[in-house]
Design a protein. Structure first.
Length: 392
């Protein structure tokens, strides 16, 4: 009798906690909070709500283990893993992001506008009509593709779990960690897993043959550390090194270009059309070097290249402010000016060869080609970005 009462009380408390958690998340979303915060709340309260259980068997026929160590059937596992794949994508991938709800397996929740109010709506991605609605939440097809890759990886993970049979003694059991499969690992060791391609949200994965590895610790009591370390999957050191080299190259160019232009302006004897062409070409190189240096150092913060910091709160480019857009357009303009003044130099040299000893005095056409003409392609580029890719 006491055991029945205790079980009933426990189930009742879990129900209350789940209801409290769901209400907390709903109220947070109504205040504009992100789904990441909601998942953090769920993970924090998961041991209290029964989402993770130390009493879960290490392995069972026909069942797959999710990131909360729950054993689920293949269909339930796929639904749950696919929904969490969606919830782990960056918020910048979405026009509006649906949210994962604890206690509702394999469903996403969002808000729908009715006549006079806004009410929550449940989406089941297995249904074609709901899948179409989920697809529309992405800003572009690339985000939807990365989500489907993660879902496919989860399905393959479950199939491997079912094929490999029972878990060996003194091993942490195979598990889906939310992004990929972690195989059986001897206790007291660290599992190394190749970083999957679908976690590289803001760039390309490493080249084949040079993979990066994530790590997950298996404790001596044959239980997993809940945290998988994906920091080593990032290419922050390589990217930072490339930016330093890029900026250093521009600085070296400025060191030589600025004195050269100063000399051209200082001596009256050098104020001839031929030298004027060189001066404008050097000025275009200087403006291009300054624009790119400022863009890389001020807009793309070097410390935001760390994997753990590449979210919408730390990367200025993800916020997509007007200043960022103008800086990008400026780099396009200065680079185009550089190419146009190369053309002007070549065209001027050609005219000197064709009409020997008749140096051209009027340079107005060259000024139009070098400084005004680049405005045309840059304006077209800007208009296209504003119309179709303004938020990217």
């Amino acid at each position: 009798m006491k055991e029945t009462t205790a079980a009933t009380t426990t189930a009742f408390l879990q129900l209350i906690l789940r209801g409290f958690l769901l209400q907390s998340i709903l109220s947070r979303e109504s205040q504009g909070q992100s789904c990441y915060e909601q998942n953090e709340i769920f993970d924090m309260l998961a041991p209290l709500t029964g989402s993770t259980s130390s009493q879960t068997p290490r392995w069972s026929d026909g069942l797959c283990r999710n990131r909360h160590s729950q054993l689920l059937t293949k269909s339930d596992f796929y639904r749950d893993a696919c929904v969490q794949c969606y919830s782990f994508l960056p918020a910048t991938f979405f026009v509006r992001q649906l949210c994962y709800r604890p206690g509702d397996l394999g469903a996403l929740w969002g808000w729908q506008q009715t006549d006079n109010s806004t009410s929550p709506k449940r989406y089941d991605h297995r249904l074609e009509s709901d899948l179409a609605d989920v697809r529309e939440t992405f800003r572009e097809e690339r985000g939807f593709h990365m989500w489907t890759l993660c879902c496919e990886e989860a399905n393959k993970c479950c199939e491997r779990m079912l094929e490999n049979g029972n878990v060996s003694a003194n091993h942490c059991p195979r598990q889906w960690d939310g992004w990929q499969c972690i195989e059986d690992t001897p206790s007291g060791t660290t599992a190394l897993v190749v970083c999957p391609s679908h976690i590289y949200f803001y760039g390309d994965p490493p080249l084949e043959g040079c993979p990066s590895y994530a790590t997950k610790t298996c404790f001596s009591n044959a239980t997993w550390n809940s945290f998988t370390d994906y920091v080593t999957c990032g290419r922050s050191d390589t990217l930072r090194r490339k930016i330093y080299i890029h900026v250093a190259s521009f600085v070296v160019s400025l060191v030589f270009l600025v004195p050269a232009v100063f000399i051209f302006f200082s001596y009256k004897q050098l104020r001839v059309p031929r030298i004027t062409m060189h001066t404008n070409f050097f000025l275009s190189l200087i403006f291009n070097a300054i624009a790119f240096t400022l863009f890389k150092l001020l807009i793309i913060k070097l410390n935001a290249l760390e994997v753990g910091e590449s979210d919408e709160d730390n990367v200025i480019g993800n916020e997509n402010p007007l200043g960022c857009k103008l800086a990008l357009v400026l780099t396009k303009y200065t680079r185009t000016c550089t190419y146009m003044w190369m053309l002007c130099e070549a065209f001027y040299l050609h005219k000197l060869i064709v009409t020997s000893f008749a140096e051209e005095k009027r340079l107005f056409v060259y000024y139009l080609m070098g400084w005004a003409f680049p405005l045309i392609p840059v304006s077209i580029y800007s208009a296209i970005r504003i119309i179709w890719y303004d938020e990217q």
